[in-house]
Ligand binder design. Structure first.
Ligand code: UD1
Length: 354
């Protein structure tokens, strides 16, 4: 039994960690293909090292480019890799250009494809990630859904027969890493001399936040006028776009910091007064750590975080300020993202269906 995982961007390395561990525990051969979509060490290598993921067997080194150029380069390279390895399953993750390229290449070679984190929807057709998800779900043979809401979306699209609810694998890795955190202040708080609870953690990188100069200036302006320092863990995309648009990110309460390794990010979030982000993964991580989140978007795929009060959507400076200063949400024992054993279920499903 051989599973071939295709990954390329930071959130996929986080999801890969528990899958790689579960595959090894089950005695399954696991081939890892890294497309090279993310190549900066702090977006890629640090996750392999710190989360104990096996080194990639194949690295395509595709790098950056427009959507068509980047996705096409992956497609062109993956055919030969799949042909050589002939796995029982190609496993694709989430919603990036690496996901849709691998799904398309595999179905055309008649290799069964499973989509991890299937069924998420923003219903926002301006997001590249939304096209990637929808196309991948409709191409794949097995849809591994993280939540009941995702299962319901897939049923609405006529895909119920291929769907299985496994839970969220990011929850697996979060619980494990959270429980292993050392006592004491986070590295970020210690480095910046900040007291726990005295700062916000932020990430902003989506195309809809960064590509339009007026929108990026509005978000930077909002984050620079809050009641506490905002530490922006800056993805290279936001740094590059701010420079191109002539926007100074380091203003007022807004401070720019390099991205963090996974455990350091969890510790920083736990030490923070709240999270302000446009990231999908971080909204859910904040909820799982019970840290209030303000999401700078018009909608979210992780609707459970909003329904339970731990996440609010905010677009304008006023909405963002109101979001971060809102009273702490009511505690909850709800676990819409599963029990921390989703990856084991994924591997079991793939073995049973091989
Ligand atoms: C991608 C995913 C997004 C995911 C995000 C996580 C798509 C369409 N988007 O967005 O769903 O949430 O990853 O981070 O696949 N860059 C670097 N170094 C790197 C990687 C990127 O400098 O290691 C810069 C380049 O200027 C590049 C830009 O970031 O052009 C955008 O990178 P890209 O891979 O196209 O998308 P992300 O914005 O990272």
């Amino acid at each position: 039994m051989k599973i071939l995982s295709v990954v390329g961007a930071r959130p996929q390395f986080v999801k890969l960690a528990p899958i790689d561990k579960a595959a090894r525990a089950a005695g399954v051969e696991h081939v890892i293909v890294h497309t090279g979509q993310h190549y900066d060490p702090m977006l890629s290598d640090v996750f392999f090292t710190e989360l104990g993921i096996s080194a990639p067997d194949v690295h395509l080194g595709v790098g950056s480019g427009s959507h068509g150029v980047q996705t096409g380069a992956m497609l062109g390279a993956l055919d030969a890799v799949f042909d050589e390895h002939r796995p029982d399953w190609v496993l694709v993750y989430g919603d990036t250009n690496s996901t849709v390229a691998a799904a398309l290449s595999a179905v055309k070679l008649h290799i069964p494809v499973a989509h991890l984190e299937a069924g998420l929807r923003s219903f926002n057709r301006r997001m590249p990630e939304e096209h990637n998800r929808v196309l991948t779900d409709h191409a794949a043979d097995v849809l591994l859904a993280p939540t009941q809401v995702a299962v319901d979306h897939l049923a609405t699209e006529g895909l119920a027969d291929r769907t299985v609810l496994v839970g969220d694998v990011m929850t697996d890795v979060l619980f494990e890493q959270r429980d292993a955190l050392p006592e004491g202040p986070s590295k970020l708080a210690a480095e910046l001399g900040l007291e726990p609870g005295s700062f916000y953690v932020s990430t902003i990188h989506r195309a809809e936040s960064t590509d339009d100069p007026a929108r990026l200036a509005e978000i930077a302006g909002a984050l620079s006028g809050l009641d506490k320092p905002v530490i922006l863990l800056a993805h290279p995309r936001v740094v590059a776009k701010a420079a191109a648009h002539g926007i100074d990110l380091a203003q007022g309460t807004l401070h720019v910091h390099a991205p963090l390794a996974y455990a350091d990010l969890l510790a920083a979030v736990l030490d923070s007064a709240g999270v302000v982000t446009d990231s999908g993964g971080l909204q859910k991580e904040a909820f799982l750590l019970r840290v209030p989140c303000t999401t700078v978007r018009t909608e979210t795929e992780w609707v459970e975080t909003v329904a339970l009060g731990w996440n609010v959507l905010a677009l304008t400076a006023e909405e963002i300020a109101a979001g971060v200063t809102r009273p702490r949400p009511a505690d909850t024992d709800e676990a819409p993202y599963g029990d921390g054993h989703a990856a084991e279920r994924v591997v079991r499903e793939l073995i049973d269906r091989a």
